[in-house]
Ligand binder design. Sequence first.
Ligand code: GDP
Ligand code: PGA
Ligand code: MN
Ligand code: MN
Length: 613
Amino acid sequence: MADPDKAMDEAGLANPSVREYVRYWAELTGADRVEVVSAADDARLIDEALAAGELEPAGEGRYYSRSYHKDTARSEERTIVATNDPKDKGVYNNWRPASEMRPLLESKMRGALVGKTMYVVPYLMAPPGNVLAPWAAGVELTDTRTVVLHMIRMARVGSEFVNDLEDPDSFVRAVHVTGELESLGHGTPDDQRYFVTVADERTILHFGSSYGGNALLGKIAHGLRQGAYDGWDSRKYLAEQYMLIGIHDKETGETYHICGGFPSASGKTNLAMMLPPDALGDRYHVSFYGDDIAWLWVDEESGRLYGMNPEYGVFGVAKDTNEITNPTALKSIDEGTGTIFTNVAYNPQTQEVWWEGRTPQPPADVTGWLDWMGSPIADREPGDDSPWAHPNSRFTTTLDNVPNIAPDYNAASGVPIDAIIFGGRTRDREPLIRAIDDLAEGVYDGLTLGAEATFAAEGVDGQLRYDPMSNRPFMAYGEGDYARHYLDVVGAAKEQPIFAHVNWFQRDPEDGHFLWPGYRENLRPLLWLIQLKKGEVTGRKTPVGIIPTKEELLLDGVEITPEDLDTILSIDVDRWRQEIGFREEHLAQFERMPEEIWEAHRRVAAALEAEAQ
Ligand code: GDP
Ligand code: PGA
Ligand code: MN
Ligand code: MN
């Protein structure tokens, strides 16, 4: 049996409530050893993981890992938000009673760590000193060393983050047990995996996965689900799946901050790491604050909406990352240190990694190359063109490694928000950008975000589905209450941010090519949005928002045909009228949807009908 007190004494973990929690779970899981971790333990843990074969070397200071082949994405179906109040049941949160879930998860975890180490990972999901820091402390307990290594990259980790809490009890209890992955019945009716946030008890219990999106409890479960619930419960803030960037105009000296939600694997990380197009690079610089989560609140002093990134690292999609699409990501990997790759293709002889889109063709000499499941490429049947890397393979690196990290990313204050954008993979209908300058219409637009599903979650790829504010997998309470809270938080700001819907993914119906070149060029519609907010351009009014004219969009150097440009800057009124019907059904599922949202819906519908006359 472990001696948790000895381990906590040695690590200086002093918070009495945390100590009681650690003792409780050490006993329940039967852990042989307890180890309290801080960021300073990284090098030792890396060495241990290499020695144990959990990591393999992938060049100087870089590491390769593989997850169980059925455990490669977030599982939305197995994810549950539990509370003690049935009123918290929404459409997407898979609500269950806390009284049912807690005993179930405890029974699965009982004795699960016999013979194993329980790692204690104290963390903070906020820049130290931020106004939301009181909701940001947590302690993850995990049985998996690679999860600890990922947590050290993705969150601020150490006992100091939980020792001096004003209320010693105000930390999130986050327990992670991987379990025996081969025997969990992945995807069968007898699936044993449960990813539960008991939101009103500030307890997270995840059983059955070591994949980042299910196992890094600070990031996903606390940063998004628990954060969303706490933000609502306290009436103080929003926790959203948003990237957050600064656009600096070197000519005027001004910096604008834009945050926004796109579903997983739809471009947040790429946008945050954006290098301006060559033609605009002399004037503009884009800085990275966050690429997956933003917490938003109204700053008391200025009365403005503020945002910060609670994370400390990047958990990025590898696919299609290359010198042209995302040179910043490659620099973070190559010039930074400590990157961990997961489920990419790997060559143990040369210590190289590869993924689809890294180079136009895979390495010509396949000697030594293994696909993401560890099978030699050389042994493949002729004609087998299955991907070498998993489509949801990832790289994990700390913010310090990101070349365009904002100089003030760690500032306690956060940054004022000028614009909120929504987007996703939508192959038709959605133009390049449409701006919305009304709060209720902006929130309505976010709630009706429809996009294609991606490989970042288990299930169908490519199917269009509604994903409100890109938060569908992270909804913690009812959608109507969520809309009310969103209107209240943003509505309390003295200066309203402008909203916009963007789409980098419209395709040609015939040959499927992307109409807009995307990536670096995405700065152009964002600059237009800022100009619109400042009154420097007027755009063209449509029933679904304001669209840039060709002249207003700075297009020098963009490779696009006039026909494609026309398509992405126009509205197909009949397609939109059809969409209004779908939206009506979508919104009608939710209880207590605020009247402002329905009014916005009816305004947009009426404007479309008028346009069709
Ligand atoms: P995130 O999961 O929302 O952070 O999305 P990422 O930024 O990691 O991008 C997911 C995938 O979409 C990657 O394969 C990117 O290469 C691709 N992607 C990102 N931005 C664009 C874009 O503007 N155009 C196109 N065609 N693909 C993009
Ligand atoms: P992503 O982040 O949105 O960048 O893919 C991880 C996730 O949401 O699982
Ligand atoms: Mn995400
Ligand atoms: Mn991302």
